[in-house]
Design a protein around this ligand. Structure first.
Ligand code: PLP
Length: 394
């Protein structure tokens, strides 16, 4: 055995995204103690940078020391008590996981289902809330990475509040890529992930709870069943003030990298990052459509950072993805569940969302699909993208 040296890939799947060298370099800085005053200062800065990214003043804003799934679980285990009725909007894979979380907390999940690839239907949520006046929480996914559809979280949260429900929002793929305004939209509990539009290394889950959500946590009748994710305990370490108590050993170096990625987002400016994701999505779409491929999600509901593309008739999904990986060192995502074999998922997240990646991806797809005899137009994608790419910032 020898040291592991990964191949250098271009990551254009559903995450992880390309990690900027600045972030990788931050990760390799010397490890210090998790209660070192210098580290406490870094924690405070991470919190402040996360408040900016989430657009919130929530005091409880911190990264959970585990991937996005743990952020999801933190929201559910802290907010759902046995017997609680939770309305879960499902339009893809992640809503299904929310249902699992509710049930494992002893709650009752009321499912509001929409077709995969469509946005959450607000009228269906309203019908469910009317039919279940005792529901106390509504959970939803903002950016369904499994399908490439985006839902109107601001409107859904407003509706949930009109029925006196707390809201849990999955922003794993949206944070840093499309607008999320926690305070303005009055989202009660939200979680994200480090490895999507923040372009950080995987393994951390930014999270934010407002006072309404915290009240529910503080006034629970039962103990949170997870010791590790119990926010009452975690806040002894991630809370405010100089007095911090050991809860678990923070992933010190991973937090250096999160700090760097959030700093880069701040330097770019949130609005600029959103605009970059949008412009690059338009360029990718122009190239794919010129070639004769089409986006599977309807216009208006499309996520700029995760593009679901219909696989042409007669083309085998895995062969194309395999060739992109071996011949171009390029990773794109497969369809999941009902969409397996039907779509590719092309991610333009964070540092992956740049002109050179779009050129590589569209060029490589054209070459591989052409070679496989797919019914596409050759030689037109690049000209179709050129003007848009010249406008897109690097
Ligand atoms: C990736 C993702 C998750 C899970 O995050 P992990 O870091 O893989 O645990 C949850 N929700 C959505 C919408 C995601 O895209």
């Amino acid at each position: 055995m020898k040291s592991f040296n990964p191949p250098v890939r271009t990551l254009m799947g559903p995450g992880p995204s390309d990690v900027h060298p600045r972030i990788l370099e931050a990760l390799s800085r010397p490890t210090i103690g998790h209660l070192d005053p210098a580290f406490i200062q870094l924690m405070d800065e991470v919190k402040e940078l996360l408040q900016y990214a989430f657009q919130t003043k929530n005091a409880l804003t911190m990264p959970v020391s585990a991937p996005g799934s743990a952020g999801m679980e933190t929201c559910f285990v802290n907010l759902v008590e046995p017997g609680d009725k939770v309305v879960v909007c499902q339009n893809g894979v992640f809503g299904g996981r929310m249902k699992e979380n509710v049930e494992r907390c002893g709650g009752i999940a009321i499912m509001v289902e929409d077709a995969w690839g469509e946005a959450i239907d607000i009228a269906k949520l309203e019908a469910a809330l009317k039919a279940n006046p005792d529901a106390s929480i509504v959970a939803m996914v903002h950016a369904e990475t499994s399908t490439g559809a985006q839902s109107d979280v601001a409107a859904l949260v407003k509706l949930a509040h009109a029925y006196d429900c707390l809201t849990i929002v999955d922003a794993v793929t949206s944070l840093g890529g499309t607008p999320i305004k926690v305070d303005e939209w009055e989202i009660d509990a939200i979680y994200s992930g480090s490895q999507k539009c923040l372009s950080c290394t995987p393994g951390l889950s930014p999270l934010s709870f407002n006072e309404r959500a915290l009240d529910k946590v503080r006034n629970r009748k039962t103990k949170v069943q997870s010791w590790f994710l119990d926010l009452n305990l975690v806040m002894g370490y991630w809370g405010t003030g100089a007095k911090r108590a050991y809860h678990h050993t923070a992933p010190i170096n991973a937090l250096y990298s999160l700090h760097e990625s959030l700093l880069m987002l701040k330097e770019e400016g949130l609005e600029n990052a959103w605009a970059r994701h949008h412009k690059n999505h338009l360029a990718l779409k122009a190239g794919l459509e010129a070639m004769g491929l089409s986006c599977s999600v309807k216009e208006g509901d499309r996520l700029p950072q995760l593009n679901a593309v219909t696989i042409p008739e007669g083309i085998e999904d895995a062969v194309v993805r395999g060739r992109l990986l071996t011949e171009y060192n390029l990773e794109i995502g497969a369809g999941l569940g009902a969409l397996a074999g039907k779509v590719w998922r092309i991610g333009l997240m964070g540092h992956s969302s740049r002109a050179e990646n779009i050129l590589l991806c569209v060029g490589a797809l054209e070459s591989v699909l052409g070679d496989m005899g797919a019914d596409i137009k050759l030689g037109v994608a690049l000209p179709a993208m050129q003007k848009l790419l010249a406008e897109s910032e690097k």
